[in-house]
Design a binder for this molecule. Structure first.
Ligand code: AMP
Length: 533
């Protein structure tokens, strides 16, 4: 027997329809790379998205096609998300900070047919264009028209009289590659249904606490797991959105104060530069009530400073594979009875999962460990917005029971609070972006005089982690740290360069001869980089 309730599909296009209809005049503000500021609203985005759908169809795009963007946060970018969904397409956001080979790999792997880009990324486009096998149209988002067609001319040629293409709720709508694992980047293919359920979850008080009266400035880029889903969540409740194509602290403070921003979200690095700017130039927090910080562990001092200013810190943990919300720093029931320091203790942990997400920690044999706040193991997750299979992979990323291995090491406390204690995956996270320690090591062992090398992430106040390269010299070699760094210059991205190179007589190994990274991480966990307090 079936129930007696309507079976309306959960579609991303319904989010924009709802926002445009019920929150028509709620503003969408955009601060552009050239320093200008424009104002739009959910009603206009509803029309603009339809015009973009029409433009895509005119270019021959159809259901399932991948439309890529290399762009910062702005209102045109937002309209392309919804307009792509409108033809049943898949919006593929690309991280401009990846380097050439990765960019080429993911565009070709995704088989993108259209690539929209911000003018500031033209040099990247010029670099990769000859190597892209499937892109037929390059479209410039902003700025004066040059060699490429512009977003404005495409959209202005349409009338917005368009009916969304019919899709199923499990059809794909977004694609985002993660480089947070070894090997080639892997694509996570989001669905209409998963994005909508994630959006409805995200607005909850214990998650991002978004409402119509909220003014949200997502500092997190739209190419990082859908700006943590904020452009969808904001549409669900009609929050005002403030986008900034610049992440400079003075710009962000100006926007926060002048646009009366109540909510913001970003990686810890953002807040360090915001604090530094405030300490030099003064100013207040404006109307900020809530900041969501995640992507890396949020430092205690940051939590304390914000909480002392009556700002709620939602310490969020998640991954590209988890859409990305896994946990947030929801207040426990006894919050008001806790002292300030106890409250900070709670927020320093990664928080509890919202309804839908299940977490467990397991030992090396896959046995579930108790929630005793002590037993540390691999963190696994499952739920309706958690990955099943990477894009175009031959097999699922999860077993039959759907548990996904996050590669994080954690403990669960008796009340369900999750605390990350280590990372099993061999990567370093600098300013919210991944550095593969393995690739760094492979490059380093090519340097003359280097017998063996290991890279570990050590604490850095601005970037969270920076690479420390630990080297064993070849017998009779006197290779220096500077020699190794200059050797690496043209082999790795500039921001991958180890902050320091140190030399040891030997590195610890496993029984099978692999470098024991965990032992090294433990040994160097308190290592102080030169000049770092
Ligand atoms: P990404 O897929 O690039 O978003 O990276 C996801 C990874 O970032 C997670 O698996 C964690 O290793 C790390 N991460 C995200 N949020 C946090 C957090 N709040 N605390 C510690 N690590 C985090």
């Amino acid at each position: 027997m079936l129930g007696g309730i309507q079976n309306s599909k959960l579609l991303v296009t319904n989010l924009i329809d709802h926002a445009a209809r019920e929150h028509t005049n709620r503003e969408i503000v955009s601060y552009w790379a050239d320093g200008s500021l424009t104002r739009s609203n959910w009603g206009e985005i509803g029309v603009e998205a339809r015009k973009f759908s029409q433009a895509l169809q005119k270019l021959g795009m159809k259901k399932g096609d991948r439309i890529a963007t290399i762009a910062m946060n702005h209102v045109h970018h937002l309209a392309t998300w919804y307009g792509t969904a409108g033809i049943g397409g898949v919006l593929h956001t690309i991280n401009p900070r990846l380097f050439e080979e990765q960019l080429v790999y993911i565009c070709n792997h995704a088989e993108d047919r259209v690539l929209l880009f911000d003018k500031m990324f033209t040099p990247i486009i010029e670099l990769i264009k000859p190597q892209l096998k499937t892109v037929e149209h390059f479209i410039q988002f902003d700025g004066e028209k040059g060699e490429y067609s512009t977003y404005r001319e495409l959209v202005d040629a349409e009338d917005g009289d368009f009916t969304w293409v019919d899709v199923e709720e499990n059809d794909p709508v977004g694609l985002c590659y993660t480089s947070g694992t070894t090997g080639n980047p892997k694509g996570v293919l989001y669905e209409h249904r998963s994005n909508v359920i994630h959006a409805i979850t995200e607005v909850q008080p214990d998650v991002m606490d978004l409402a119509t009266k909220s003014v949200m400035l997502p500092v997190v880029p739209m190419f990082h797991a859908n700006a943590w889903g904020i452009p969808f969540a904001a549409a669900a409740v009609g929050s005002k959105l403030v986008f900034s194509a610049s992440n400079e602290a003075p710009v962000l403070w100006k926007l926060i104060r002048e646009e009366k921003v109540t909510h913001s979200a970003g990686v810890p690095t953002v807040w360090l530069s915001m604090f530094a700017d405030m300490d030099t130039n003064g100013g207040d927090y404006g109307d900020l009530t809530t900041v969501i910080i995640g992507g890396s562990a949020c430092p205690r001092a940051m939590i304390e400073r914000l909480m002392k200013n009556d700002i709620r810190v939602g310490h969020a943990w998640g991954m590209t594979e988890t859409s990305p919300i896994g946990t947030t720093g929801a207040y426990p029931a006894n919050w008001d009875e806790l002292s300030f320091d106890e409250q900070v203790d709670v927020i320093c942990m990664q928080g509890r999962p919202p309804y839908g997400v299940e977490l467990r920690v397991v030992d090396e044999d896959g046995n579930e460990l108790p929630r005793d706040g002590e037993s540390s193991g691999t963190l696994e997750i499952r739920g309706p917005w958690i990955i099943q299979r990477y894009f175009q992979a031959d097999e699922d990323a999860v077993g039959e029971d759907r548990w996904f291995d996050t590669g994080d090491v954690a403990v669960l406390h008796p009340d369900g609070t999750m605390q990350i204690t280590d990372r099993a995956k061999d990567v370093i996270k600098s300013g919210g972006e991944w550095i593969s320690s393995i690739e760094l090591e492979n490059a380093a062992v090519g340097a003359p005089g280097v017998a063996e090398a290991a890279a570990v992430g050590v604490y850095h106040p601005k970037w969270d982690e920076r690479p420390l390269l630990i080297v064993v010299r070849k017998p009779d070699s006197d290779v220096s740290g500077d020699d190794i760094k200059s050797y690496l210059t043209d082999k790795i991205a500039k921001w991958w360069m180890p902050d320091e190179v140190i030399f040891v007589d030997e590195l610890p190994h496993t029984a099978t001869g692999k470098i024991l990274k965990r032992a090294l991480r433990d040994e160097y966990k308190d290592y102080k980089l030169a000049g770092v307090e």
